[in-house]
Design a protein around this ligand. Structure first.
Ligand SMILES: Nc1ncnc2c1ncn2[C@@H]1O[C@H](COP(=O)(O)OP(=O)(O)OP(=O)(O)O)[C@@H](O)[C@H]1O
Ligand SMILES: [Mg+2]
Length: 264
């Protein structure tokens, strides 16, 4: 087995709400391979966002370890995060939003613009480079956030329900675009979603989490059934797709029920 890109060992996170302890994550151990697309599904409140934030260094674990195997001598950023809600700067135009991380890394203006243009083209933003976020639709703003993340060329990409706020059709288009861009770059991705469909069509493996405290319930291998590059329509019409869907839903259903009983 190749060395993983990311290794989580016995990760725990406890939050204190007044005098009450809330265990968000309990004993998460997980390896993510270099260039792997891993989706994470689990009931609301099971600690998905917390896990991503810990990997991103935005949150600390109560105990356990996170190891990211960096490329030797790399000057690339460790990670880039794309959030569910708009994470673009409202005062910057599309081009400058996409180039933001490159600016922080010291690239000059011309160089930055040259680097982001092909990515803006790929996510369908050609012609909108000078637009400000308020002049864009919700889907276009998420495209800007995705373009920025890819332009940054991070070692690991962390995506937290990036398409959740979008309508169904826009979501389908962006899924296909994400798949295409990812298949070219083969970045290591951790992708949180509530959509079983999205998890199957995009991922190499799907991690199903238990209700809070979040644990690894099962990891399902999708990759061997659907090699790359993928044709989304072919994936969805395959009998295997239905099998995966049924399997993931049966694992998830119990946990969603458990989560709703806990919070009731
Ligand atoms: N900063 C915080 N302070 C206290 N509790 C927190 C904090 N952040 C998260 N939690 C708690 O940790 C648990 C997990 O939250 P988290 O946001 O990681 O869940 P999630 O799986 O991303 O849920 P969703 O699917 O709804 O986005 C929840 O019970 C939440 O209340
Ligand atoms: Mg969340």
């Amino acid at each position: 087995m190749v060395e993983p890109k990311l290794r989580l060992r016995d990760l725990n996170r406890r939050f204190m709400l007044r005098d009450r302890a809330v265990d968000a994550l309990a004993g998460i151990s997980l390896d993510v391979a270099p260039g792997e697309f891993l989706s994470i599904v689990g009931p609301s409140g099971c600690g998905k966002t917390t896990m991503l934030r810990i990997v991103a260094g935005l949150e600390t674990a109560t105990s356990g370890t996170v190891e990211i195997m960096r490329e030797p001598g790399s000057t690339r950023p460790l990670n880039a995060m794309v959030f569910q809600q708009e994470s673009v700067f409202p005062w910057k135009n599309v081009r400058d939003n996409a180039a933001f991380g490159l600016k922080a890394r010291g690239f000059g203006k011309r160089e930055r613009y040259e680097m982001v243009q092909p990515i803006l083209d790929k996510v369908g933003l050609r012609g909108f480079e000078d637009a400000l976020p308020h002049q864009l639709s919700g889907g276009m703003k998420q495209r800007v956030a995705i373009a920025r993340a890819f332009a940054n060329d991070p070692e690991i990409m962390l995506m937290d329900e990036p398409f959740a706020a979008l309508d169904e059709q826009t979501k389908l288009i962006l899924q296909a675009e994400l798949l295409r861009i990812w298949e070219e770059s083969r970045k290591t991705v951790m992708y949180v979603t509530h959509s079983i469909d999205e998890a199957i069509t995009l991922s190499d493996r799907v991690l199903v989490m238990s209700a809070r405290p979040g644990r690894v319930k099962e990891i399902i291998d999708i990759k061997s059934a659907f090699p790359r590059p993928r044709d989304i329509a072919a994936v969805k019409s395959s009998p295997k797709y239905g099998e995966f869907f049924g399997r993931i839903w049966s694992l998830l259903r119990d946990e969603v029920m458990a989560a709703s009983l806990v919070s009731a």
